[in-house]
Design a protein around this ligand. Structure first.
Ligand code: WT7
Length: 635
């Protein structure tokens, strides 16, 4: 029996049991049989969650791009690796074969080298969803540079914070991006960011929208002529298993964004193995994940996981609503997509537009549907199942995180019976546990608790860039010897998991992970604002929307509240990005605080969702009297 490709439920249970009984042996077999190593490992795993320190395949040498590209050249050189579908449906799609990808990555890597980028240097990538985005990730990996992709919807301030935190030497960007009927001036966002980024010496600019941009002498260069002149041969840097591959920032409940550091071998093995099984990828399938490569979903399941399996992976530049709400289904039909992976928020938004956008399209190529990023509600699940999958394509509700690197809890299609709103069972190698408030493991089924993982898996983030203490505090301090996910979950009578949502101050809006702190910091920069607190409240399409409670400074003069609301959202857009804008802003006199000065968001959340019948224990509040005032203003 092959452990690599699970084909039925019985096999899943066998493989799972093996992965728990003898994890090292289990992962060693997978690593051995399915990847290209320059040198074998000396030790499969060493770990210590109290330090914390985790090492997989120590001593091994490899380059991930040889696994994602070179080794496919003889067997599938002419096969399409990346299928690029542009924003504008009238622009031709581009099929990039493995051979062509090899050349383009090598050329790009040579350009990076010519600019002095070396192994271990950090390169910030701020690009739209065009082929150069995937290629630049791979080019960094080819030479051992650490990529740090920043989602191109983030503002210049957010970009600068991330560049500075990891001291990037270079930014790769484009003149602009197409988004539906709009164009966005990416280069000027970069220019604004770089005013405060002393470590950046070079900016490579890809031409995409042909707009006039300012090119700073000695810093900025167009990449096209450099690529044209570069050699298409570039030896892959031989990397250690635990050498860093990339940094990707994610929001924390407090403080600045956390640069999660992923390393080479374990990440490769785990993303490849999960991709193969969760999407049951077969040689001629065309796979499409609609995420942006600016998020972990795109890193793991547009670029590395699919390419490591020699798959054809689609990259879509545009948005689901352009030129109309049928765009996704038009693309599914056009490219005969077999596996389609998206977010619940997209499903809800498309469902709202009605079946008239779905019905004209032939979706019969679809075999497997996936969702990721937030809990999927029952209604959206059924809409997806009925109208897109026509009740014949299993839905894989995949739970995971930036920190986990790969999918952790998920059905295996055609093996695990699905259940709406349940991510179902742990993937082989993953050992979830639920914890109660006393810090004890909750045993048995039909129980609820905080979701932790009690054993390492190959693709877990190894640290937070530059702040190992924070890594320890955030993930390994809540419960001894366990990785704490920040999510709550329940386990049903057969052992299926359902993720119920965050139990900390992270809010998931349209599948984007937003920390309260940076948004509150932005609001507080408004000169009229004294203090603020934001919470999530239920929203039909976004899952959660943001609700801000704002205390104004007492200046004696009265200000127009609607104007203030606009100004506050403007600052948030500038500092964090448009995704973090508040749907509701309530001006208030006070915020409920504990004696230690912590805002009691539990109460604010209840008021925001108009659920005030039971506010829970307010006895620990320093100022219980403010609560009634906030309720009165809100209702
Ligand atoms: C948080 C991680 C993993 C890539 C996208 C998000 C929530 C993610 C699910 C799911 C319920 C989910 C969790 C998690 N989440 N997938 N299938 N069901 N919740 O990555 O930005 O790091 O966010 O997203 O709350 O902790 P991320």
């Amino acid at each position: 029996m092959s452990n690599y490709h699970i084909k039925n439920l019985e096999e899943y249970f066998q493989v799972y049991r093996k992965s728990v009984r003898n994890p090292e042996n289990f992962w060693e077999e997978i690593a051995e049989e399915h990847f290209l190593w320059r040198k074998r490992w000396d030790n499969v795993l060493s770990w210590n969650f109290s330090k914390p320190e985790v090492k997989w395949f120590e001593g091994a040498k490899l380059n991930i791009t040889e696994n994602c590209i070179d080794r496919h050249l003889t067997t599938r050189g002419d096969k399409t690796a990346i299928l690029f579908e542009p924003n504008n449906p009238d622009e031709e799609a581009q099929a990039i074969s493995y051979k062509e990808l090899h050349k383009r990555v090598n050329k790009f890597a040579n350009v990076l080298k010519s600019k002095g980028i070396k192994k271990g240097d950090r390169v910030c990538i701020y690009l739209p969803m065009i082929p150069e985005l995937a290629i630049s990730l791979l080019a960094c990996a080819r030479i051992g540079a650490i990529h740090s992709v920043v989602f191109a919807g983030f503002s210049s301030t957010a970009l600068a914070t991330r560049i500075n935190d990891s001291e990037c030497k270079m930014v790769i960007t484009s003149d602009g991006s197409f988004r539906g009927s709009k164009t966005i001036d990416l280069k000027s966002i970069v220019d604004e960011a770089l005013v405060d980024c002393p470590t950046i010496s070079d900016v490579l600019v890809v031409k995409r929208i042909n707009s006039e941009v300012l090119m700073k002498e000695g810093r900025d260069v167009w990449i096209e002529p450099l690529l044209a002149a570069a050699s298409d041969e570039c030896n892959a840097e031989v990397m250690d298993a635990e050498d860093p591959l990339f940094i990707l920032y994610t929001s924390g409940s407090t403080g600045k964004p956390k640069g999660m550091l992923h390393t080479t071998a374990g990440y490769m093995v785990y993303t490849a193995y999960t991709f193969k099984n969760v999407f049951q990828y077969k040689e001629n399938d065309v796979y499409w994940c609609t995420a942006d490569i600016g998020w972990i979903t795109g890193h793991s399941y547009i670029v590395y996981g699919p390419l490591a399996n020699g798959a054809t992976t689609v990259m879509f530049e545009g948005v689901p609503s352009y030129p109309d709400y049928g765009r996704f289904w038009q693309i599914v039909e056009k490219h005969k997509i077999n596996q389609f992976y998206t977010a619940p928020t997209a499903i809800r938004a498309l469902a709202k537009e009605g079946l008239a956008h779905v019905e004209p399209h032939n979706l019969s190529s679809l075999k497997i549907l996936g969702t990721v990023g937030e809990p999927i509600n029952e209604e959206a699940w059924h809409w997806y199942d009925d109208n897109i999958g026509k009740r014949k394509s299993p839905i894989v509700d995949t739970w995971w995180q930036t920190e986990t690197g790969g999918i952790m809890i998920t059905p295996i299609p055609f093996s695990t019976p699905t259940k709406p709103t349940y991510a179902t069972l742990p993937f082989p190698g993953i050992q979830p546990v639920l914890m109660d408030t006393e810090g004890e493991v909750v045993k048995g089924n039909q129980v609820e608790g905080k979701l932790c993982i009690q054993f390492p898996w190959p693709s877990m983030a190894r640290t937070i860039w530059g702040n190992h203490e924070r890594y320890k505090d955030t993930y390994f301090s809540a419960f001894e010897n366990k990785y704490f996910t920040g999510d709550g979950a329940l386990r049903d009578e057969v052992g299926y998991y359902r993720i119920t949502g965050r139990v900390d101050d992270v809010i998931i809006v349209s599948g984007h992970n937003l920390g309260t702190a940076p948004i509150e910091d932005a609001i507080n920069e408004h000169p009229a604002v004294a203090e603020s607190a934001i919470v999530g409240f239920p929203h039909d399409i976004k899952g959660n929307a943001l609700y801000g409670y704002v205390i104004l400074k007492d200046t004696g003069e009265s200000r127009n509240h609607d104007n203030l609301r606009k100004e506050i959202n403007q600052i948030i857009t500038e500092q964090v990005g448009p995704i973090a804008k508040l749907d509701k802003i309530q001006f208030t006199q006070g915020l409920p605080k504990t004696r230690s000065g912590k805002i009691m968001r539990r109460i604010l959340r209840k008021i925001a969702s108009k659920d005030i019948s039971n506010l829970g224990d307010t006895s620990t509040l320093l100022n219980p009297e403010v609560v009634q005032g906030i309720i009165d203003e809100a209702m």
